[in-house]
Design a protein around this ligand. Sequence first.
Ligand SMILES: Cc1ncc(COP(=O)(O)O)c(C=O)c1O
Length: 410
Amino acid sequence: MAKLAVNGGTPVREGKAFPRWPIYGEAEKEALMRVLADENWGINSVEIDAFEKEFAAYQQCRYAVTMCNGSVTLRNAILACGVESGDEVIVPPYTFLATVTGVLEANCVPVFADIDPETFNLDPAAIERAITPRTKVIIPVHIGGNPAEMDGIMAVARKHGLKVIEDAAHAVGAEYKGRRVGSIGDIGSFSFQSSKNLCCGEGGAIVTNDEDLFIRCWSVHNCGRDLTGAWYEHNQLGGNYRLGAFAAALLRAQMKKLEGEIALRDRNARRLIEKLADVPGVSPLKVPETTTRHAWHLFVMRYDKTAFDGLDRAVWLKALQAEGLPLYAGYDTPHYRHKFMLNKSFYSFDGWRKSNPDLDYGKIHLPCAEKAAYEQSCWLPQNVMLGSDRDIDDVADAFRKVYENRSELK
Ligand SMILES: Cc1ncc(COP(=O)(O)O)c(C=O)c1O
């Protein structure tokens, strides 16, 4: 009789749900009602200003500018760095697409550098190899909430006079050598989209310690206005990328729970790492000593098909999903392999023509990113890490069960 749920056996988690996300309570309801009762639902609301101050302080920065999502924060941060059409920006191929599209929408050229096979974060040595005279910015992404190797990245950036924008969409509250992410590079970029550890549906923010960059980011997100200028005075190009007051108030309420949630995710993630230590075929990504606090937005692992006689990852994932795990491959395509990248279907963003008319993403091969995307990557979302000890033990049991009954998957 079949043991695996995918073949009709009993799932490890039958009728049991992991904690829901997002979580809300009286504080969120009160926050929304507070804004509703106020006549300022937009930029003039005290909520936005208050959240920006609270969030900047939380991420150990002097300034924050909230925006409507964590994609435009990247685009606007790049513009604020003073790039010109055709400048190159170094990005990882293993990330959410916004890290790349932000570059294109700033009319710059994404240049891909390979990732570290043990952390899936940008490899500083690969960054250095990708630098050309046209490089202006580096965007490391703190994958899953695990800070990238910032000392190495900052050393390369400073050596070559480049700006660093940390894409910290996964990493609210994470720390590299005791410093909060976003405060190490020139600008940090965050997303508050529904799945994120701090969320309001849709939203984002940049943080910085650099007053000039703050002023530029603020202006570009608010129709090119100046901070002290008149409402109809527009001195630079900019658009309306502002966050609304309801979102800001929600974020303020969510922030009060953040520390407790970070501690719980960390406790559970450590428990899961321990439980998976002797389960063949799956290994959690390395957490370097420099990670003094992991945000665990994603619990990212590597699937090892050799432990399963070469079994395709998709089949293995399906078996684990049938056992009740919300386990996904995640980023399964290096971004230089998307059709629109190969065809350079970039609308009117043609900065690449100026700097590299022969640009051909089809020629790029980055072995670590390709192995991660096509073969190894799999992750559990952060709400699983908010579960009980029993929930975490079930996760480990499901991995073990699928391994022990792997012959059923042939
Ligand atoms: C690494 C990364 N960067 C940027 C973003 C974009 O954020 P948003 O969805 O708020 O636009 C995301 C969102 O998933 C992300 O994961």
